[in-house]
Unconditional design. Sequence first.
Length: 87
Amino acid sequence: NFPPVPNVEEVRFGTPLNQKFGKDVISKDLKFKGGYKPGSDISRQLLAYANVYWAKKIADAAKGGAMGGKPACALSAEAVNFSNVQA
């Protein structure tokens, strides 16, 4: 089990829990090009990609409800390269 977001206070230091969250949850679920590696975009912008991950989860859950199965869009003010996200 993982917490809902990376450890915010230590995200820049790359703690083992944050690395595991990036490898096992975010990079696999978002089908991130190149996966999670030290120094990669996903490791440097872990909070931004965690926000995209949760936006995707919420959109998937809402498809049958208020959204009626229509596509959803995620906007971010953070440095997120959406071309690396293949999910």
